[in-house]
Design a protein around this ligand. Structure first.
Ligand SMILES: [Zn+2]
Length: 209
């Protein structure tokens, strides 16, 4: 194995096909392409717009944390146009189901009286959980691009191993799932805003007054 890949695999505990953020950016910069296909998996098609929107969703996740919400965010994009955005409002609204992905889907559909998000891309700062993957399935979203993987998030959340969004949505034939994208940039948010369990944060906000 190439020594650089060997080192990277050791550092990140990933397989030999893990692509770093730097590699993604270098590849885009060097080739000056508007679209590139990475070799981690066959569906790993990342576009320049994906990079732009993932960075936007990271900005929103940091904003969410700075407002004392949880450090997560999601946006809906149609034809490369931002349609709706949401922070993670679950704790402040005392509603455990209002993760950013569920909230962005629910509010956008409800506000616009639509029931299917076919043709839309959902960008999420972290890989959608089981509940959010269900919402993605039922809203028929065509494409999901996420930043930080559940696997990487586990390192800061100290949570248990979770099923991947790709595994959860595989077989539906509806949704292409792409990620992680610019994962190191996303992880920086958790260095600035250390993750506190939601239940604990809820107690801090509502019961400790
Ligand atoms: Zn979720």
């Amino acid at each position: 194995m190439n020594p650089a890949r060997q080192r990277r695999s050791t550092v990140y505990g990933r397989g030999p096909f893990y692509i770093t953020n730097t590699e993604i950016l270098n590849k885009l910069r060097m080739t000056n392409l508007t679209r590139t296909t990475l070799d981690r998996s066959s569906d790993m098609d990342i576009t320049i717009d994906d990079i732009k929107f993932i960075r936007l969703v990271y900005q929103l996740a940091a904003e969410s944390a700075s407002l004392n919400y949880d450090p997560f965010a999601a946006i809906l994009v149609q034809n490369n146009e931002l349609k709706y955005k949401s922070l993670d409002v679950s704790v402040v609204k005392s509603n455990p189901t209002l993760h950013a992905e569920v909230n962005v889907i629910g509010e956008y559909c409800s506000n616009n009286k639509i029931f299917s998000l076919e043709g839309y891309t959902l960008y999420s700062s972290t890989e959608p959980c089981i509940m959010c993957s269900g919402a993605i399935h039922w809203s028929r979203i065509s494409r999901v691009v996420y930043g930080v993987s559940q696997e990487k998030l586990k390192a800061v959340s100290k949570g248990n191993q979770k099923p991947t969004c790709k595994d959860l949505l595989f077989g539906s034939g509806r949704t292409q799932v792409i990620g992680p994208v610019l994962e190191e940039e996303g992880m920086e948010i958790f260095q600035r805003y250390p993750l506190i369990p939601k239940q604990e944060r809820h107690k801090q906000i509502f019961l400790d007054q």
